[in-house]
Design a protein around this ligand. Structure first.
Ligand code: ATP
Length: 218
């Protein structure tokens, strides 16, 4: 079985996360995707919603899908002040599950392009495959020659290889382009614009009830 982790800040979770992940599962043959919320994202501004609120929104968003679960390992109290480095999370997953099981880490094209800023990024493939979802507005290749060479060396177009080997491949999926970001959602809410089409109705209601993402409380 190929286990998949989909890491993110999910501040909040939106259709730009869910729709590509659903399509990816179909394309690659994933029976479960574990959403992996971070506590402290190392590479971006800190989340506006707190950990409990982001987790609550994840639970609401996935309630109607058997495909999704939540992996809370990056939220463990012992990690409370530590940035959530993916390579460390993957090591902990391998310590728990051994080296033989196939593991994939899902990310958008923007995250792939930012990999050279990640801790021990070249070691990620020692623990998992990378499954890359399309994201509008981001280049298909990197201007970083080291990253581009690494991608070239590890890319596969064969989704079966992801099931057969425990780790080591990069797979570019043919997922739908969804021009949605959490940044845009937070900005729209703060400016009293509706976001109903960008995220699930239950998450939208939760945001509304908890008055999230409003710099000016009104
Ligand atoms: P923000 O706007 O706050 O930076 P975000 O919308 O990019 O957030 P994250 O939770 O940071 O959302 O993203 C988690 C993962 O989901 C990342 O790997 C990111 O590339 C991917 N992702 C987010 N939005 C999309 C999208 N619209 N299409 C494809 N992948 C996406």
């Amino acid at each position: 079985m190929l286990t998949a982790l989909f890491g993110g800040t999910f501040d909040p979770i939106h259709y730009g996360h869910l729709r590509p992940a659903l399509a990816l599962a179909e394309e690659v043959g994933l029976t479960k995707i574990n959403l992996l919320p971070n506590r402290i994202p190392p590479h971006k501004p800190q989340p506006e919603a707190n950990t409990e609120q982001r987790l609550a929104m994840l639970k609401l968003a996935i309630a109607d899908y058997s495909l999704f679960s939540i992996d809370t390992r990056e939220l463990e109290p012992k990690l409370i002040n530590q940035p959530s480095f993916t390579v460390d999370t993957l090591k902990s997953w391998r310590q728990q599950n051994g080296t033989q099981q196939s593991l994939a880490f899902i990310m958008g094209q923007d995250s792939l392009l930012s990999l050279p800023t990640w801790k021990e990024w070249q070691k990620l493939l020692d623990y998992c495959h990378l499954l890359i979802c399309k994201r509008p507005g981001y280049a298909q290749t990197s201007s970083d020659s080291k990253l581009q060479k690494w991608i070239h060396e590890h890319q596969t177009k064969d989704s079966q290889a992801l099931h057969q080997c425990p780790n080591g491949y990069i797979y570019f999926a043919n997922t739908p382009l969804e021009a949605i970001s959490a940044t845009e959602i937070r900005h729209n809410i703060d400016n009293q614009q509706s976001c109903e089409k960008l995220l699930s109705p239950k998450v939208w209601q939760y945001i509304h009830e908890n008055r999230l993402y409003k710099a000016k409380k009104c």
